[in-house]
Design a protein around this ligand. Structure first.
Ligand code: ADE
Length: 431
């Protein structure tokens, strides 16, 4: 593998290319690196490589001519060289991008500085634009080193044992399991017993499960493209069981059109659609809060039809869903039931169609899912009353569809969208 690096700071690379496994790989000829000084391709006696941006504004832009000359020079030597421009506007770098770049025999990295390079070079002479992350560093030099290291590790012979590359975070599509070394006990903290048991099959299992757990908790989106066995799925399912999410459908106290506090009527469709949502996303319960006894009776009859009556025989999958529905007279009694089932009070998460107080992000809510039971409270009619908001721990941002204020969704649609935003990331099962 040959790497060319085009930079205005060639000295930047003197030590990184000498040390560690990268230094050794270069010494052993597994990798060749040629650092090119962009100024050597300048066309004036001052070796100018940059100029002011057309249209005005801060900073300087790398001129097209020296960049073009440098690219041509590299292509004369290695015509198939893949040209990569490092910039914060590029494709986000990850292990997959590293694997795809590793297929090339020769890569030229253009290290931008200041405001970047002239767009005509980027558009017509660059094959791929890569960013190492959503932040800005002083220039592409450090980024090129990141990319070079990640690619180099994939080149056979660079890392001693292929095994250790395969077990790294990301190579397997999962985050790596935690490692321990001597002593067995440090400040009272012990190494997990299994690692000193000498049972290699058990150690492998423990490591695989540790990888799955840390990936599920920190980067669940990676599981969508990971290679998972039936045993992995069973283990992940047992972990997801620990999330205790309840949907509360509140019919009192809610607001009417005039903003007055009312009790609303139960809609039978809500019972069906929200319970089916609940079963699909592994909710622990769909709790319907309704103080009016005649309304509760109607809902109870509907539920009985599907859980015990003809409906249960006619459509057993509906029975599975409707079983999640429980009716309560008050919000407090629904909260008390969660506390009884889980052994602790749920965090109350309010939802509303109009902006309210400060919001919790879905990402933060997902972290809390591992710690506490969650009750997502959906208001019927014109939404939750202030007294409910006052009782809640957090508020979810309203669902905004497009760039306007229209967001008049049914409670069933809103519930589905919110649950998918929170839990959809864990939907990585493939039949
Ligand atoms: N140059 C400056 N910031 C960068 C980034 N995040 N990725 C690649 N090149 C950069």
């Amino acid at each position: 593998m040959k790497f060319y690096i085009l930079t205005i700071f060639p000295e930047y690379f003197s030590s990184p290319l000498k040390v560690g496994l990268l230094g050794k790989a270069i010494e052993r000829g597994l990798i060749e690196v040629e650092v090119l000084n962009l100024r050597d391709f300048a066309q004036d006696k001052h070796r100018t490589v940059d100029d002011e941006p057309f249209g005005g504004g801060e900073g300087m832009v790398f001129k097209p001519e020296p960049l073009y000359q440098a690219i041509q020079k590299v292509k004369e030597k290695d015509p198939d060289t893949h040209v990569v421009y490092l910039s914060p506007q590029g494709k986000l770098f990850n292990q997959k991008v590293a694997e795809s770049l590793a297929k090339h025999k020769s890569i030229l990295f253009i290290c931008g500085r200041y405001e970047g390079i002239d767009e005509r070079i980027r558009a017509h002479f660059v094959d791929e634009e890569v960013s190492i992350g959503d932040y800005v560093v002083f220039g592409g030099e450090v980024a090129s080193l990141v990319v070079i290291e990640a690619i180099s590790r994939l080149i056979p012979g660079v890392v001693g044992r292929k095994d250790s590359v395969d077990k790294e975070s990301f190579t397997s599509g999962l985050l790596k399991y935690p490692c321990y070394t001597r002593p067995r006990e440090f400040l009272g903290y012990k190494v997990p017993e299994v690692l000193i048991s000498g049972d290699h099959a058990e150690i492998e299992r423990f490591r695989r499960q540790s990888s799955l757990k840390i990936t599920l908790e920190r980067r669940p989106e990676l599981l969508h493209s990971a290679n998972l066995s039936q045993e992995d799925y069973a283990f992940l399912k047992s972990l997801l069981e620990k999330q205790r999410v309840y949907l509360f459908l509140l019919h009192y106290p809610v607001k009417n059109k005039e903003g007055e506090t009312i009790a609303s009527a139960i809609t039978s469709l809500d019972l069906h659609d929200l319970s089916r949502l609940g079963r699909t996303y592994g909710l622990k319960g769909v709790f319907v809060i309704q103080p009016l006894s005649d309304q509760r009776e109607i809902a109870e009859r509907i539920c009985r039809h599907w859980t015990e009556g003809f409906g249960a025989k006619y459509n057993p999958t509906r029975k599975e869903a409707i079983k999640l529905v429980k009716l309560f007279e008050t919000l407090d009694s629904a909260i008390a039931e969660v506390e009884r089932e889980c052994g602790e009070k749920p965090l109350l998460i309010a939802t509303d169609a109009s902006p309210k107080r400060s919001y919790i992000t879905v990402e933060r809510l997902r972290e809390l899912l591992w710690e506490k039971p969650i009750a997502l409270i959906l208001g019927t009619a014109w939404g939750l009353c202030d007294e409910v908001f006052d009782q809640c721990d957090y508020f979810l941002e309203p669902i905004w569809g497009r760039l306007d204020a229209y967001n008049h969704l049914s409670v069933r649609s809103a519930g589905s969208i919110l649950i998918d935003r929170i839990l959809g990331i864990y939907s990585f099962w493939k039949k």
